[in-house]
Design a protein around this ligand. Structure first.
Ligand code: KMH
Ligand code: ZN
Length: 417
């Protein structure tokens, strides 16, 4: 992925202040002239982002820090700091890089470089581009990678057959569903298993049976859960690692999880990270809060995770971070270059957040673990229709759902199934 978000997009203008810009005595350039340059930088950012000049709505901070004279060269930089539905937040800085000498003894034309450059003005403001004027496919200008990895969360630990008759329970039902999801565009299946009575299990033998049956039918990447169900011990949760899965989840922090608490203490996270590494699996870093990203980065700093890192932002869990587009942008902006990210949003948030993630250059997870409805009041007949819906949307904005082989190389997964 060349760029995960347009946040950070910058433009630079450099130009000379002439005698016509000198408004006050002593050839002093007025501050409004510098603000006009900030306006031009903002306009270029909007053109690059939206294909429209947009409107400057308000400055919320302006600081004039040094005088500007005729003959000065100014370098003006504008940076995009946040993108809302129509609003675009920016920061600006103007620096004097060349100045006329203005020395009594020197010729009037004497000038030189200003080193280091002097900051003459800083500002922060908000521009607006109304939706109908956003001509460019959102964020196309930010070089969104064309390929997208779709993950199908087939089973989960919380959904019951009372809620939906389309929940797969037996190994064969799970394998059939995995194959249907692969057909619909999924490259990865996020796997939980159930006991015959439908209750959640992390038993190695049950996972092995499901994985064997999946392998007999399809080539998807199998990503086993190490989250299991709320209340399970770390030993129990680590059961599927006995199958040496290609990928395994690593939950990066504790949170309120509906009426429960999903406990992942710092020592438990480290314990599971070590067990995942020992099993030869690649961790998928599940982050339900911004701080969980920092915890994952701390683990990487401690040498417990090895890049390339793959993050899953889990949004909309009651008690966890909200499911809103600016949250995705913010979370995506926190991860290091070379890392990949996806979004898994729960319930009614699944469809809009999947679409937002795909627009923003991320990957996405759908499936009945997180959401049982295809549309309002319409139960999804398994996870495959949800995958198909996401794949259709991806293609409609120019992104291609990849096959498992390509997903393996995008994720940096060395070993195959
Ligand atoms: N069932 C949730 C408590 C994971 O798979 O790692 C945890 C979960 C995350 O589903
Ligand atoms: Zn899960």
């Amino acid at each position: 992925m060349t760029m995960t978000s347009p946040v950070g997009l910058s433009v630079t203008l450099r130009l000379r202040m002439g005698a016509h810009d000198a408004h006050y005595a002593g050839e002093l350039v007025d501050g409004a002239r510098v603000l006009a340059l900030f306006g031009d930088a903002a306009t270029e950012l909007l053109i690059r982002l939206d294909g429209d000049e947009g409107l400057f709505r308000a400055y919320d901070m302006v600081e004039f820090l040094a005088p500007v004279y005729a003959g000065d060269y100014l370098e003006v930089r504008g940076v995009l700091t946040a993108v809302g539905t129509t609003s675009r937040r920016m920061e600006f800085e103007a620096r004097k890089v060349v100045a006329n000498l203005r020395d009594k003894g020197a010729p009037a034309s004497a000038a030189g470089l200003v080193e280091p450059a002097v900051v003459v003005c800083r500002a922060r403001g908000t521009c607006v581009v109304p939706k109908p004027l956003q001509r460019i496919t959102p964020f196309a200008a930010a070089e969104i990678a064309p390929e997208a990895i779709l993950t199908a969360a087939l089973v989960g630990a919380e959904v019951t057959r009372d809620q939906t008759p389309h929940l797969p329970i037996t190994a064969q039902e799970i394998a059939d569903e995995a194959a249907r999801c692969r057909e619909a565009g999924a490259a990865v299946v996020h796997l939980h298993v159930r006991n015959p009575d439908g209750t959640p299990s992390q038993a190695t033998a049950l996972f092995q049976e499901a994985i064997d049956r999946i392998r007999a039918k399809t080539d998807v990447i199998v990503q086993t859960s190490t989250g299991g169900a709320v209340g399970m011990s770390v030993d129990e949760r680590a059961g599927p690692l006995g199958c040496q899965p290609e990928m395994a989840t690593l939950n990066c922090g504790t949170l309120n999880f509906g009426a429960d608490v999903f406990v992942n203490t710092r020592s438990q996270i480290r314990d599971l990270a070590q067990r995942i590494r020992a099993s030869g699996s690649m961790p998928e870093l599940e982050c339900y809060e911004v701080g969980h990203i920092d915890e994952a980065l701390t683990l990487a700093g401690e040498g417990l995770l090895t890049p390339p890192l793959h993050f899953q932002f889990v949004l909309g869990v009651p008690g966890g971070i909200g499911a809103r587009e600016p949250i995705i942008q913010f979370m995506a902006a926190q991860i290091p270059r070379g890392a990949t990210w996806g979004v898994a949003a729960v319930g009614r948030h699944q469809k809009p957040m999947t679409e937002a993630a795909l627009r923003l250059g991320g990957h996405a997870r759908v499936g009945i673990e997180d959401n049982i409805y295809l549309a309002k009041g319409v139960l999804a007949e398994g996870s495959a229709p949800l995958v198909r819906q996401a794949a259709d949307y991806a293609r409609s904005i120019g992104r291609t759902p990849v096959e498992p082989g390509r997903a393996r190389s995008l994720l940096g997964l060395e070993k195959g199934p």
